[in-house]
Design a protein around this ligand. Structure first.
Ligand SMILES: *[C@@H]1O[C@H](CO)[C@@H](O)[C@H](O)[C@H]1NC(C)=O
Length: 333
């Protein structure tokens, strides 16, 4: 019956939530925060009253006869009235108003504990514990979650698991097809990767091909080779890599000017500073060419990948584009 600690805490929580919800319905514009404070105060006082009256009885004490013939004080309306009387300061209009407005609910709760319960049986939802779509045994036909399932809240709408759609979670999303289906049961299976929509599992069962795939002469969806398209989809310093349903563009090796694949041996032509040697583009050593490339006086040539630089020889330094002898410290010229 009424009395235990956890029960009381539950009441404390639930009654407030419930009262606020009720207040919301009846007086939508009401200041919720103030209503909540008042409600909190009411539940606190309800708890206090509940504890205070816990040890009391009908005055003379419950005799065995009273307990059999009359109701016990513990569960009596007299006890409830005593508790309700202590809920508000007589000066607090809002508090008294709220209690008055919901007095009926205190009574309902007092005599039918279920009213305050937050829970509904599994597969049911809402204030009246209505069955979810598809019935409480297989809510949302086993393919989704019923909003508020197992609680006094929610609207019972299904959120379908991946692959399923519709109000009843019996339809399949694009990319899935109904392998099995009747009015109460549905099994959605993924289409072949080439299909946007389909009626079966193979690439011949597509209703429509996915992007990157096209119908062949057997009405099957096959991969489109984007790399052989005209104009080619990649830029000049890239090569194209076809993949199932798509393609990608990869950078050519830096020694190439245009290429057909990765590496210095897949160049169409060699980039500047490189020359073809046995099918591979290799660096040209400009410094060892018969015609010297660094022509200023006291200049030296230094080769690097794809190019070269001219630097001043040892003992010289660059000044206004010329190599002049370095001044040694303390040395007079
Ligand atoms: C629907 O299909 C399921 C699974 O095949 C089966 O168990 C169920 O009896 C069928 N229901 C109807 C109404 O045909």
């Amino acid at each position: 019956m009424l009395s235990t600690g956890p029960d009381l805490r539950l009441l404390r929580l639930l009654s407030c939530v419930t009262l606020i919800l009720l207040s919301e319905v009846t007086e939508a514009k009401k200041d919720l925060k103030s209503a909540c404070n008042t409600c909190q105060q009411i539940t606190d006082n309800f708890n206090k009253g509940f504890e205070k009256t816990a040890k009391q009885n009908f005055g003379g004490g419950n005799t065995a006869w009273e307990e059999r013939k009359l109701s016990k004080y513990e569960t009596s309306e007299i006890r409830l009235m005593e508790i309700v009387e202590g809920l508000c300061d007589s000066s607090s209009f809002e508090c008294n108003h709220m209690v008055e407005e919901h007095e009926e609910h205190f009574e309902t709760w007092w005599f039918k504990r279920w009213w305050f319960s937050v829970c509904c049986p599994k597969g049911t939802f809402g204030p009246d514990c209505n069955a979810c779509v598809g019935g409480s045994d297989r809510s949302c036909h086993g393919n989704g979650m019923c909003d508020g399932d197992g609680t006094r809240g929610g609207n019972g709408k299904c959120s379908c698991v991946h692959g399923y759609s519709g109000e009843f979670c019996l339809d399949c999303i694009d990319g899935y097809f109904n392998e099995v289906r009747n009015d109460t049961f549905s099994l959605c299976t993924e289409c072949h990767s080439s299909c946007k929509t389909c009626t079966g599992a193979t690439n011949q069962d597509c209703d429509e091909c996915k992007e990157g795939w096209e119908d062949d002469d057997q009405e099957a969806c096959v991969d489109v080779n984007e790399c052989s398209k005209d104009p080619p989809p990649c830029t000049e310093d890239q090569y194209c890599l076809n993949t199932e349903g798509s393609y990608s563009c990869k950078a050519c090796d830096k020694v190439c000017s245009g290429c057909t694949g990765a590496g210095p041996d897949k160049c169409q032509t060699c980039g500047s500073g490189y020359q073809d040697r046995d099918g591979t583009c290799t660096d040209i050593d400009e410094c060892s060419q018969s015609e010297p490339v660094c022509t200023e006086e006291h200049q030296e040539c230094v080769n690097n990948q794809g190019s070269y630089t001219c630097i001043c020889s040892e003992g010289y330094e660059e000044q206004d584009g010329e190599c002049v002898q370095t001044q040694q410290p303390g040395e007079d010229t």
